[in-house]
Design a protein around this ligand. Structure first.
Ligand SMILES: [Zn+2]
Ligand SMILES: [Zn+2]
Length: 243
């Protein structure tokens, strides 16, 4: 199988701390926002997509903050805010007749969304996924299948994978859903198991050394295991400096 850019991306990411796919996914979103800000702020199709999504998710909207971005962000946000205001133009409280069944039901279940405002609520809801999330998820799938396709064989990624921090649990699950080959399955599961067993050992060691009797022992590989364990179970912290 030919080596693609994504192969080298995965191989490089496996030499870095944390889950390689989390890292590559975050980088993809970051690159997307960069190219949006520096190249396609005025691209009509992109602007339409952004309006449909009502801008970006919380993480990626705040991720727009970078040096020199203020004009681009102002242009994008003006567009989105204008479209939000347009949706509110004909906003009406759609009062239900006082004897209606629906109204009776609503008064019985006060936690339910109010029918009178439902239309406006729908108009103020995004009609599409955050474009940066969409791009990041597309790349995430590509990177995971690259890892699996190139795991075995000569100069495969297995050795790099074995000496990495492994995939986080969510990405490990996602990878498993794409495995159709028993050899790949065995290699993946065994490597991941060895990585997590080692992490488990580091956690135990950190806990042992926290005991006053062993407190003076020098710190070793176990330091930072508590943070690596969080990463292992939920993935890399979003927006965290992962250096
Ligand atoms: Zn991950
Ligand atoms: Zn997003």
């Amino acid at each position: 199988m030919g080596r693609t850019m994504s192969f080298y991306d995965v191989r490089d990411a496996l030499t870095q701390p944390g889950c390689a796919v989390c890292r590559l996914k975050t980088d993809s979103a970051d690159r997307f926002l960069d190219s949006l800000l520096w190249e396609s702020v005025n691209d009509p199709e992109m602007r339409h997509e952004i309006r449909q999504a009502q801008g970006f998710c919380h993480e990626h909207a705040w991720g727009l903050i970078r040096n020199g971005a203020s004009l681009g962000v102002a242009i994008i946000m003006r567009d989105v805010l204008q479209s939000v205001l347009n949706s509110m133009e004909d906003a009406q409280f759609q009062a239900l007749p006082s004897l209606s069944l629906r109204r009776a039901r609503e008064s019985l279940a006060p936690g339910q969304p109010a029918a009178a405002t439902a239309e406006l609520v729908a108009q103020l809801s995004p009609q599409a996924k955050c474009p940066a999330c969409a791009q990041a998820e597309k790349m995430e799938t590509i990177y995971l299948s690259t890892l699996l396709d190139h795991l075995l064989g000569e100069e495969g990624l297995l050795a790099a994978y074995e000496s990495s921090d492994g995939l986080c649990l969510p990405h490990f699950r996602q990878a498993l859903t794409c495995v159709h080959d028993e050899e790949v399955f065995e290699a993946l599961v065994n490597a991941q198991r060895a990585i997590w067993e080692q992490l488990l050992g580091h956690l135990s060691e950190a806990i042992r050394k926290s005991d006053y009797r062993f407190r003076d022992e020098p710190r070793g590989e176990e330091s930072g295991a508590w943070l690596r364990a969080i990463t292992a179970l939920v993935g890399t912290r979003l927006g965290q400096d992962r250096g």
